[in-house]
Design a protein around this ligand. Structure first.
Ligand SMILES: [Zn+2]
Length: 175
């Protein structure tokens, strides 16, 4: 099958730099530079069908925007302590993509040895999700499901009325 040359083509925030070999599923992979400066290797099929439009920074911005726009959380924006550390969970660390991450999706990484996709999510220092998948999309789906199950309730727990209740993590307020 002839490969479609995508070099110099733009998809969302990504500009294709070079061909990066063929994935196990037969799809071509491409090294792209994101507008934010990050380089990522992405699946050509996902690129051409709009599945991947940034290095992951767009998704992060959308998530940030959702948190900002959420009436429940708005009261706590600017309060770094309550935003980042909640129930011993560092939300900032969980939602940050590691520098080593090349998949473009937070919590999903390629295992170089097994050639499988690792889907992980750490809550309270515990791995609540640690599974391997042959298909990238399955790993992403598993991470998304775990986020919905574990992370979303924590983000929603920023409600002021909840913070007012007893919380061992809260810094004692002076009266
Ligand atoms: Zn980016």
């Amino acid at each position: 099958m002839k490969r479609i040359d995508l070099v110099n083509k733009r998809f969302g925030r990504l500009v294709v730099l070079a061909y990066a070999g063929t994935a196990k599923n037969g799809n071509a992979r491409w090294t792209c530079r994101c507008d934010c400066g990050q380089e990522v290797v992405v699946d050509g099929y996902r690129l051409r069908h709009g599945g991947t439009l940034s290095c992951g920074c767009y998704r992060k911005e959308v998530m940030r925007e959702q948190i900002r726009n959420n009436a429940k959380t708005r009261a706590h924006i600017g309060n770094a302590a309550s935003l980042l550390i909640r129930d011993h969970v560092n939300i900032g660390a969980m939602t940050a993509k590691s520098r080593k991450n090349r998949s473009g999706v937070i919590g999903v990484s390629r295992d170089a040895h097994s050639k499988l996709w690792n889907a992980r999510l750490v809550i309270n220092g515990k791995l609540v999700l640690n599974k391997r998948f042959a298909e990238f999309d399955d790993a992403v789906a598993a991470r998304r499901a775990a986020e919905a199950q574990y992370l979303q309730p924590l983000l929603e727990a920023y409600a002021p009325e909840r913070l007012a209740t007893s919380d061992p993590c809260q810094v004692k307020k002076e009266h």
